[in-house]
Design a protein around this ligand. Sequence first.
Ligand code: 2BA
Length: 109
Amino acid sequence: MKLVIAIVHDEDSYDVIDSLTEKGFQVTKLATTGGFLKSGNTTLIIGVEKDKVEEVLDIIKNVCKTRKTVISAPSPVMGTSGVFVSNPMEVTIGGATVFVIDVDKFEKF
Ligand code: 2BA
């Protein structure tokens, strides 16, 4: 068995969950926060048999879109003069960041 951990955009999360559950996969949704943007995203955990991993990844790939966002990074000027100068920086987020890990043991009690 494998555990798929997929970090997706909040706006894609319900479509991904619907597509996965329609195909019979079980999903747990976690509300998470990206370390870089410090904004919300969604982490999905999906326990799945090894031979079904590609099907899960295809569903995630088909639903999740890349997005661009502009953030205000602090300018180096700030450190030397104390004056805040906004330094816009474009960041591309997702489609999805996915980890697939081995599961040693899976039980339901
Ligand atoms: P964030 O950490 O908020 O990152 C959002 C986006 O900002 C990233 O998109 C990436 O394009 C950019 N970014 C991240 N760190 C950066 C840096 N040090 N310098 C410049 N740009 C940077 P994605 O790569 O698509 O990642 C989306 C979210 O997936 C991340 O949100 C984070 O929550 C998660 N993630 C991505 N890679 C990860 C990893 N190796 N381990 C754990 N979580 C990860």
